[in-house]
Design a protein around this ligand. Structure first.
Ligand code: UN1
Length: 485
């Protein structure tokens, strides 16, 4: 029986309730977890509030040493944790290991920030006066994370929050609580002072409100479903909120593209992680001259995708996270057919031993169809044929999301048009929509979020507050805007 972690102790929830986590490839239980409630959340917030003061008082390079320890422990444990990611979340082992590597990268990067955390020093308009900015932590932050990157996404948020000196209450997805427990054990082993990071497992419905509304919480960082994100924003009032709410990412393929490269990129973007990435490619916007040829090439490759338990060597695609995800895909298959798109492969469940769904391709889709507008979060790809670059840009921008995007072309003009005209936080040229790196900003526009960028230097912006300092050593009253020359 796993516990929650409050103020440096592993304890039971006062709810007395528990829930189980399942391996989506086998449907077997992998553990029992505490169903935290509002009272647990209040304890965790209080603990974080008290511990944060001391943590913030530690010089940032000393905090960084603990982050470097976390990096080292994650590196030592990469194989075990990667297998755990695969077992609990379902992605194939190389991707499970990649999930852990992404966490290693961000802890390394943010630990390095401990010796920077730059502010600015600029001239004052008055003599004998310094004008500068420095960074302070926000305070206590609630970190609410999804199951699709059960180690990497929490790490992006927590590494940045920690180096800035914040206290944390973390609520992971109820589909991946074991990954969360194991990550917190690593924090503990790395020497994280008690109370700085607290872990609450259990459904958002029982702890979410407290994590968002409690007055001792100053910031919330959330990745997940759009409805939840919008609800958080409404309830959070003036708190700092960072949201990453998904995407409907497109790949533009122009008629001069190298189709071999394109097929590799589409297969990876659409069916990697079984399409369960916020950055997954769910639309291909192909120039009409090559659309037919591209369809044939894709079908040949899709036929070779080996579906199964991600721990098994040679598996290309694992299961979906749960039964609900399978049902959602089935629902969109019906919608797509009714809308008049052509289902050319997949469209149904795989083996019943797990939550498998076949890699699916719709052709003849129109940009405004629901299958081309709504986030499905599964291996369902829609192909839209267009006449030219103008139409491609119009189609790719026709959705109410703006996370990732990609263009395959040899024409520099089209590549730069994509960079300048696609409404998205990320644009890849001649590679797929997935594969962001820890030291670059990550986030989107439109319905994808509220403009916050995680990771990279922008991760520091998300979790720190700027203090402007005026330091006058003239020994007399100097009035800005009045006593200037
Ligand atoms: C997500 O799906 O929420 O670029 C994050 C990528 C990964 C991160 C995805 N590095 O696909």
């Amino acid at each position: 029986m796993h516990k929650i972690y409050i103020d440096g102790s592993w304890v039971n929830s006062s709810s007395g309730k528990t829930f189980e986590s399942f391996n989506p490839a086998t449907k077997k239980s992998i553990g029992t977890f505490q169903q935290g409630n509002a009272a647990d959340a209040r304890h965790a917030i209080d603990a974080a509030y008290d511990a944060q003061k001391k943590w913030a008082g530690m010089p940032a390079p000393s905090r960084a040493r603990i982050l470097f320890n976390i990096r080292d422990l994650l590196t030592k444990d990469k194989e075990r944790l990667g297998r755990l990611v695969t077992t609990e979340m379902g992605k194939i082992l190389p991707e499970g290991l990649g999930d852990v590597q992404e966490a290693i990268d961000i802890f390394e990067y943010m630990a390095g920030e401990g010796r920077r955390l730059f502010g600015h020093t600029v001239p004052s308009e008055l003599p004998d006066k310094f004008a500068m900015t420095t960074r302070l932590p926000i305070g206590v932050v609630s970190v609410i994370t999804p199951w699709n990157f059960p180690i990497a996404v929490p790490a992006w948020k927590m590494a940045a929050a920690l180096i800035c000196g914040n206290g944390i209450v973390w609520k992971p997805s109820s589909d991946t609580p074991l990954c969360a427990v194991e990550l917190v054990k690593i924090f503990e082993k790395a020497g994280m002072p008690k109370g700085v990071v607290n872990l609450l497992t259990g459904p958002g419905s029982s702890v979410g409100d407290e994590l968002v509304r409690n007055r001792a919480v100053s910031g919330i960082s959330f990745t997940g479903h759009r409805d939840t994100g919008e609800d958080i924003l409404r309830k959070a009032g003036v708190k700092r909120v960072g949201l990453e709410l998904g995407g409907k990412n497109g790949i533009i393929v122009m008629d001069d593209a190298d189709l071999g490269l394109v097929v590799d990129g589409i297969i990876w973007g659409a069916y990697g992680t079984s399409g369960q990435r916020c950055t997954a490619a769910s639309r291909v916007i192909a120039h009409e001259k090559i659309a037919g040829k591209l369809e044939k090439l894709l079908l040949a490759r899709i036929a070779k995708i080996k579906i199964g338990d991600g721990l098994q060597k040679g598996t290309d695609m694992g299961p979906l996270i749960n039964e609900g995800a399978v049902r959602k895909c089935e629902k969109y298959i019906d919608i797509g057919k009714k809308e008049g798109a052509k289902l050319v492969c997949g469209g149904k469940k795989g083996s019943a031993s797990g939550h498998f769904f076949l890699p699916t391709l719709f052709t003849g889709a129109a940009p405004d169809m629901r299958i081309a507008q709504e986030e499905i979060f599964g291996p369902v790809l829609s192909m839209i044929a267009v006449k030219n670059m103008d139409k491609a840009i119009e189609a790719i921008n026709s959705v109410d999301y703006g996370l990732s995007s990609s263009i395959y072309t040899k024409d520099m003009k089209n590549a730069f048009r994509a960079i300048c005209e696609i409404e998205a936080g990320l644009t890849y040229v001649n590679s797929s929509t997935i594969g962001s790196e820890a030291h670059l900003p990550f986030g989107g526009v439109k319905g994808t979020g509220n403009g916050v960028r995680e990771a990279g230097i922008t991760g520091i912006e998300e979790f720190s507050s700027i203090k402007t300092v005026y330091f006058d050593y003239s020994g007399r009253l100097q009035r800005a805007q009045i006593d200037t020359d």
